[in-house]
Write a protein that binds this ligand. Structure first.
Ligand SMILES: *Cc1c(COP(=O)(O)O)cnc(C)c1O
Length: 394
């Protein structure tokens, strides 16, 4: 062989005796075949075979299999973000004339997707009270093909009665999809409670380091997996093995991270209830949180995200107090090692249950810093807000 060929052909090396604990990153666009006959028959390999890098490599399959095992499903489909996990389910099962029901507290971009993408294409959506429970039966007519749940709601933390909603949906032949990002499969397994789709924003706790974007949908019915894979193939959507490798590293420590963050978040939530600057604390582990009893029944453990509703204070005071934080960072996409705080405007996202609190909702995501440093930072914020005389409140 000449040099130019030697540059292109990688020599085979002996892998005998090479046993590593790390999952290799298999990158590929093209998959090659041993002969022309196998190449011609490639489409018969199906979605579990290897045909093209876009449809999976051993690295992406490893992450899929790991999530499938954690959720007790049959297959997992990976997508480039948590938002895509939700939209791929909707795009795969809804046809013009169908309707999807979403909870009032749903991750806001999902509501936008329903309003701005599905509705103009003849797929209707309805919004329901997240605490509706079995009452959802009244909203399910023959056009409703999918009921979406998100429990707890990632901003305002209402815990949904997933088993009751599943029972009502099944009775009317509708599918149920669950955004399980807050709980992770370690705290709640939607498929075991009857849901058809368990979605995770892997961006959050599975990735765990604020450096990747991925989503997953796990199912217990192969036919639903086929539908999603067909949709992804049609759109030309796949995931990067590099992102999956990071997720495979992250998932190894997820158990310890989430357990620690959950303990600290419960502790901080209780402490925050004592501050005069706080109107109420929305944490599933506190009785003041809507759906707390359901959390006790179905989950019993927490991850690191919760919200504090502040008493109304002047915007300028709050902004200055947030900017002065030294350990918490201001940001939205939680689940990493750094603790985050995000002031949220909830009212504009509600159409069923008007949001009646006037103060800002602070969404807090606990990270892995020393809890004393975190509490000192939060306490300094509270002291600033407590000092504001009631008369100057906005
Ligand atoms: C973050 C999040 C998403 C979206 O995940 P991305 O990977 O950022 O698209 C969806 N649902 C919930 C509940 C989330 O917290």
């Amino acid at each position: 062989m000449h040099d130019l060929t030697l540059c292109v052909h990688h020599p085979r090396v002996d892998e005998d005796g090479y046993a590593s604990l790390a999952v290799p990153t298999h990158r590929a666009s093209t998959i090659v075949y041993p002969d022309a006959k196998t190449f011609a028959a490639r489409k018969y390999r199906g979605f579990d075979g290897y045909t093209y890098g876009l449809h999976g490599t051993p690295t992406t399959r490893t992450l899929e299999a790991q999530l499938t095992a954690l959720h007790g499903g049959v297959r997992t489909v990976l997508v480039p973000s948590g938002q895509a996990a939700v939209t791929i389910v909707m795009l795969s099962v809804l046809m013009p004339g169908d309707k999807v029901l979403i909870p009032d507290h749903v991750y806001p971009p999902v509501r936008s997707f329903c309003a701005e993408y599905l509705a103009p294409r003849g797929i209707a959506y309805g919004v329901y009270d997240p605490l509706i429970g079995s009452g959802i039966a009244d909203l399910i007519d023959e056009t409703v093909k999918l009921v979406w749940v998100e429990s707890p709601g990632s901003g305002t933390m209402e815990v949904q009665d997933v088993p009751a909603i599943v029972a009502a949906a099944k009775a009317k032949g509708a599918l149920v999809g669950c955004d399980n990002t807050w709980a992770t499969p370690l705290i709640f397994k939607p498929l075991e409670h009857g849901a058809d789709f368990a979605c995770e924003a892997l961006t959050k706790y599975v990735g765990g380091h604020s450096d990747l974007l991925l989503g997953s949908v796990t199912v217990k019915d192969m036919a639903l997996r086929e539908k999603m894979k067909e949709t992804l193939r049609a759109f030309g959507v796949g995931v990067s093995p590099d992102e999956c490798q990071l997720a495979l590293r992250g998932i190894e420590t997820m158990g310890l991270r989430v357990a620690h963050m959950g303990k600290v978040s419960e502790d901080f939530a209780r402490r925050l209830t004592k501050s005069p600057a706080v109107e109420t604390v929305l944490h599933p582990a506190l009785p003041s949180c809507p759906g707390h009893d359901i959390w006790k029944r179905d989950m019993g453990r927490s991850s690191g995200v919760f919200s504090a509703v502040l008493r109304p204070v002047a915007e300028a005071t709050l902004e200055a107090a947030l900017t002065a934080l030294k350990v918490f960072a201001i940001g939205a996409s939680w689940g990493g090692t750094r603790s985050l705080i995000a002031p949220m405007a909830v009212a504009g996202d509600r159409t069923v249950n008007p949001w009646t609190y006037e103060g800002t909702v602070l969404r807090i995501s606990i990270g892995l810093e020393d809890p004393d440093d975190l509490w000192n930072d939060l306490d300094a914020l509270l002291v600033k807000l407590e000092r504001v005389p009631a008369a100057s409140a906005a």
